[in-house]
Design a protein around this ligand. Structure first.
Ligand code: GLN
Length: 445
């Protein structure tokens, strides 16, 4: 009830929620209370949280930030949602996001932009901007996000909270509306690494309904949070400290690294030589997969349908023309182009080869160091409306995108301010090193 009141009071300004499910939440809270009294409560019984509106939630509108799904009530729940329910958490609602998770500022939402609680003239980041803003403003203690190219880590950085993108395959994608299937991964966004550890322990694990989820035991992510860091080898990728990095962001990150040195870690420079190709490779692969995933929105089976279609082709074309926003259409056009006959090898196959090199860069670096550190984003949160050119928006993700191409985990933790706006320190580890990342992040906090 406390958090529902906070939402009621503050969200008119922030716009971080698309739907608030107050009634269901209070019912769930009663169930959690009873379970606790009976001694059979789940491990997170009674903890309120919010879900990015990309997670299918049975009986609840699941819009993915799009007019296309404005009328869509999900008939089943994502595995992540089922697992959170089984642990006793209470969903307060669905958070705002860039349409189909395409964006870095939350300005691509059909439901309007979200404001950054630290400064209402700034963006909260994207695409999980609603989740980040809601946690930062204390409207909810934690939220779920998804990250295809930075959408958990960058909004976490912009809003001064902690956000973890797990290893690809660590968390089931079943019931999460697909953007780019080979990159999408769900993860927790919260006030601390410790809270993220509790949540990851609940949502991680193999799922027979997602063939890319990995059959590998889920460790206790909380147990190792206080392990000492003496002897930890930190690598600073020199490509993450180059041109375009805001000097105040750099200063905050370097100061954070010094804290780790004082905790007994050693620091050395490393190189990820193919970093430069990450954004171009991503903007071939992600739109290609998106154009295929979004072909299901045809006005026939579910979602938006245009009025009075004259024939079937008119139904398809007008439903898609009216239902999708501008950025989504841009990505569909790019993806359809790069996948078409005659262009496929030059773009898609080439991008997959580049992806392999990017992954190898990380694996080579992890031969020498335990974790990599750098900024989550080259700048702090920018002003609403400041980035009109799509390419300048794409370049925002320079430090986060390669991580998804490589499939490795990454976490952003609050590390001071630049120009009065929060800065995120990004910590990267090798595949399935989430426990280590959470330990390293927790020691800083
Ligand atoms: N900003 C990137 C994009 O627009 C990444 C978004 C995401 O991680 N979902 O594709």
């Amino acid at each position: 009830a406390h958090y529902l009141q906070r939402i009621e009071k503050a969200d008119g300004q922030l716009n971080s929620f698309i739907s608030v499910t107050a009634e269901q939440a209070l019912q769930q809270a009663e169930i959690a209370d009873k379970a606790r009294a009976a001694g059979n409560a789940g491990r997170l019984a009674g903890i309120p949280l919010a879900l990015k509106d990309i997670f299918c939630t049975q009986g609840v509108k699941t819009s993915c930030g799009s007019k296309m799904l404005d009328n869509f009530i999900a008939p089943y729940s994502a595995t992540v949602v089922e697992k959170l329910n089984a642990a006793g958490t209470i969903s307060l609602g669905k958070t705002n996001m860039d349409e189909f998770a395409m964006g870095s500022s939350n300005e691509n939402s059909y439901y309007g932009p979200v404001k950054n609680p630290w400064d209402l003239t700034a963006v909260p980041g994207g695409s999980s901007g609603g989740s980040a803003a809601a946690v930062a403003a204390g409207l909810v203690p934690a939220a779920m996000g998804t990250d295809t190219g930075g959408s958990i880590r960058q909004p976490a950085a912009f809003c001064g909270i902690t956000g973890l993108k797990p290893t690809y395959g660590r968390v089931s994608r079943f019931g999460i509306i697909a953007y780019a299937s080979s990159l999408d991964q769900a993860g927790p966004m919260a006030r601390s690494a410790e809270d993220c550890a509790h949540l990851l322990g609940v949502i991680a694990g193999h799922d027979g309904r997602d063939s890319t989820s990995v059959a590998r035991g889920v460790p206790d992510y909380v147990e190792g949070l206080n392990a000492p860091l003496s002897g930890l080898k930190i690598g600073l990728p020199k490509e993450y400290f180059g041109d375009g990095l805001d000097p105040e962001v750099e200063k905050a990150v370097r100061e954070a690294v010094k804290v780790y040195e004082s905790l007994g870690a050693t620091v050395r420079e490393v190189s990820l030589p193919h970093t430069h190709y990450a954004i171009p490779a991503y903007y071939v692969i992600a739109p290609a997969e998106a154009s295929s995933n979004l072909s299901r929105y045809d006005g026939v089976r579910f979602g938006y349908r245009c009025d009075n279609p004259s024939d079937l082709i008119d139904l398809y074309t007008r439903s898609r023309a009216e239902g999708f926003g501008e950025e989504v259409k841009r990505r569909i056009l790019i993806g359809t182009h790069t996948l078409s006959e005659g262009f496929f090898d030059a773009y898609y196959t080439k991008a997959q080869q580049v992806r392999r090199l990017i992954r190898q860069d990380f694996l080579d670096a992890f031969e020498d160091v335990d974790v990599l550190m750098g900024p989550a984003s080259p700048t702090p949160a920018f002003d609403l409306g400041a980035k009109k050119d799509p390419v300048s928006m794409y370049l925002q993700d320079i430090y986060t995108i390669a991580v998804n191409l490589a499939g490795i985990p990454g976490i952003s933790v609050p590390a001071g301010f630049a120009g009065g706006r929060p800065v995120g320190l990004q910590i990267l580890g090798t595949h399935f090193a989430e426990a280590q990342l959470l330990n390293v992040a927790h020691q800083f906090q």
